[in-house]
Design a protein around this ligand. Structure first.
Ligand code: GDP
Length: 298
């Protein structure tokens, strides 16, 4: 992902190399090229506009620096603004003062929530936490089993409604899972919730009810980076319907353009906290805006 964007931006910035001085026309032309590259990569228009305005303003006002030539200065500005769009600092998990910390996952069906639950649990285990997964996706018949399989692979405990008791109430399961976590001394609870193929009100209400019932410390909105511009509108719908504290980008290993996912932070104001780049449990890490910007700028 981001290969095309990365190639385009690198070549735009390469064109500045060797210029002793940058005229306003040079800066305008560069800004125009960057704008096209971002739009072609599916970055949301509002994000592109703000980004380009800042680049132009800063590049035109840039102090002559002894250490950097004009081209390097523009590269530095673009890099800093890209880091800014991606959230600036790495945002760490907000851990509760009294265990368990409750992390809830929300997002559309197929976004990668269940897979992420396992990845996050494994990652947290590696940091000496004792996570427990909770199956609150009671809509899809296979979802509970799928989470149990993921839990086995990640070698973490899974709390699920007892089989044979009908569909069950996800809010009740979530509530009971917190008591269970306290009793069994798990310090982090990761709650997998139901997703639909499209945004719908019932899904939103259910997620909001679970969130309220368990007092989630973090609500992570999980979004498939392959879905293009829909990533932004889906994020807005979840922000308004459920509310979330962080974003997880999944399927960054895909070959889509990915710019929409990069817009989610700027549009919703919520930080991107984790990124998934494959189907394996280890294909996952905390999201670092500076590293992602460096990757994109080549
Ligand atoms: P959920 O419906 O939100 O729980 O989504 P799932 O966790 O079931 O994931 C849906 C599909 O996407 C599954 O086939 C996963 O293996 C796949 N998947 C999840 N995350 C990634 C990822 O980062 N990269 C790739 N390539 N596939 C992923």
């Amino acid at each position: 992902m981001f290969d095309t964007l990365s190639d385009r931006l690198t070549s735009v910035l390469q064109n500045l190399r060797g210029k002793g001085r940058l005229t306003e026309a040079d800066i305008d032309a560069t800004a125009r090229e960057i704008r096209i590259a971002l739009l072609e990569a599916d970055v949301a228009l509002s994000v592109v506009r703000t980004f380009i305005a800042k680049i132009k303003e800063r590049a035109k006002g840039a102090e002559v620096s002894a250490a950097l030539n004009p081209a390097q200065q523009v590269v530095k500005i673009v890099n800093e603004e890209l880091v800014g769009i991606l959230g600036g600092e790495t945002r760490r998990l907000n851990l509760a003062k009294t265990a368990p910390t409750v992390i809830m996952l929300a997002g559309l069906q197929g976004a990668g929530k269940t897979t992420l639950a396992g990845k996050l649990a494994k990652w947290l285990k590696g940091q000496n936490h004792t996570p427990m997964l909770v199956a609150c996706d009671l809509q899809r018949p296979n979802a509970v089993t799928q989470l149990q399989v993921v839990g086995q692979r990640a070698e973490v405990d899974v709390f699920a409604p007892e089989p044979g008791n009908g569909v069950g109430d996800p809010v009740d399961v979530a509530r009971r899972s917190i008591e269970e976590a306290r009793r069994t001394q798990h310090d982090i609870v990761i709650v997998d919730t139901a997703g639909r193929l499209g945004v719908d009100e019932e899904l939103m209400r259910q997620a909001a009810d679970i969130k309220a019932a368990i007092g989630a410390d973090e609500v992570l909105f999980v979004v498939d980076a392959m879905i293009g511009q829909d990533a932004v509108s889906t994020a807005e719908a979840f922000r308004d319907g459920v509310g979330f504290t962080g974003v997880v980008l999944t399927k960054l290993d895909g070959d889509a353009r990915g710019g929409a996912a990069l817009s989610v932070r700027e549009v919703t104001g919520a930080p991107i906290m984790f990124a998934s780049n494959g189907e394996g449990l280890a294909d996952f890490d905390a999201f670092h805006p500076d590293r992602m910007a460096s990757r994109i700028l080549g």
